[in-house]
Design a protein around this ligand. Structure first.
Ligand SMILES: NC(=O)c1ccc[n+]([C@@H]2O[C@H](COP(=O)([O-])OP(=O)(O)OC[C@H]3O[C@@H](n4cnc5c(N)ncnc54)[C@H](OP(=O)(O)O)[C@@H]3O)[C@@H](O)[C@H]2O)c1
Length: 232
């Protein structure tokens, strides 16, 4: 398979970090971001150019714009965009969740996705190809108590992706992806000790990355579930 340029948000931990290893192992170029300076520096030390890692908060439109300007200049448009960065609220009933925490979940999980699309997709449209994968969740298609802000954000990701797919010209595709259930920091936050009985991010990435690499224009608008994660 030809070398692809893969843009991944949220690469410092969890699924994003595991996908970096796997895409690099398959000889693709990874452009990644996260908020943790230490996490980004660790990635830079491990994977030099043409890979590129930067401290970017996807919820900050100006930071995403500057990141896109730089990367589109140095690397050109990505072939695959993985809107993976996400946060979850601390388990609590909706009326107990402080406004800043509610806003943060929506700002990262929904507005972060839109910010990436705003600044990277015009160049992909100009080149007439590319796939955008917006990370959803089982909780983007079902609900549970104590994760209402997270459910609201992931149901929004599903709706945003469907509408966005209807706007794209032929040659491009946008899909939502439920990764399944994987043992990451996020899962430990909502599942506690039982998170350890789920697959590791590295195990998940071994089947999820080949699945992601096969996506193409024919998949536009699909609501997908990745292989490799537990279904619950
Ligand atoms: N794990 C699961 O079972 C599961 C299930 C369903 C859906 N998902 C979805 O899969 C995706 C990855 O989840 P995960 O389990 O890997 O979560 P995680 O372990 O908590 O990792 C989240 C990643 O996103 C980054 N991030 C968070 N906010 C960011 C921001 N504002 N800007 C840039 N990067 C940011 C974090 O790095 P920094 O802290 O350095 O920013 C980290 O690298 C999320 O969209 C999540 O909702 C996961």
């Amino acid at each position: 398979m030809a070398n692809k340029m893969v843009l991944i948000t949220g690469v410092t931990r969890g699924l994003g970090r595991a996908m970096v290893d796997e895409f690099v192992r398959h000889r693709h170029t990874v452009l990644g971001c996260g908020r943790s300076q230490e996490g980004v520096e660790r990635l830079r030390r491990r994977f030099g150019p043409p890979h590129d890692f930067a401290v970017v908060n996807v919820a900050a439109d100006g930071e995403v714009r500057a990141w896109a300007d730089r990367l589109l200049g140095s690397h050109g448009p990505p072939d695959l965009v993985l809107n993976n960065a996400g946060v979850i609220n601390q388990n609590a009933r909706l009326w107990e969740i402080p406004e800043p925490e509610f806003s943060d979940v929506l700002d990262v999980n929904v507005k972060g996705v839109a910010n990436i699309i705003r600044h990277f997709v015009p160049a992909m449209i100009q080149r007439k190809c590319g796939v955008i994968v917006n990370f959803s969740s089982g909780w983007g298609r079902s609900t549970d108590a104590e994760v209402a802000p997270y459910c609201a954000s992931k149901w929004a990701v599903e709706g945003l992706t469907q509408a966005f797919a209807q706007e794209l010209p032929s040659g491009l595709a946008a899909v939502s992806l439920n990764p399944g259930i994987i043992n990451t920091d996020m899962l430990q936050s909502c599942f506690g000790g039982s998170a350890s009985s789920y697959p590791s991010p590295a195990e998940w990435a071994r089947s999820a990355v080949p699945f992601l690499l096969k996506l193409g224009p024919g998949d536009n608008g699909q609501q997908l579930t990745a292989p490799g994660g537990s279904s619950g």
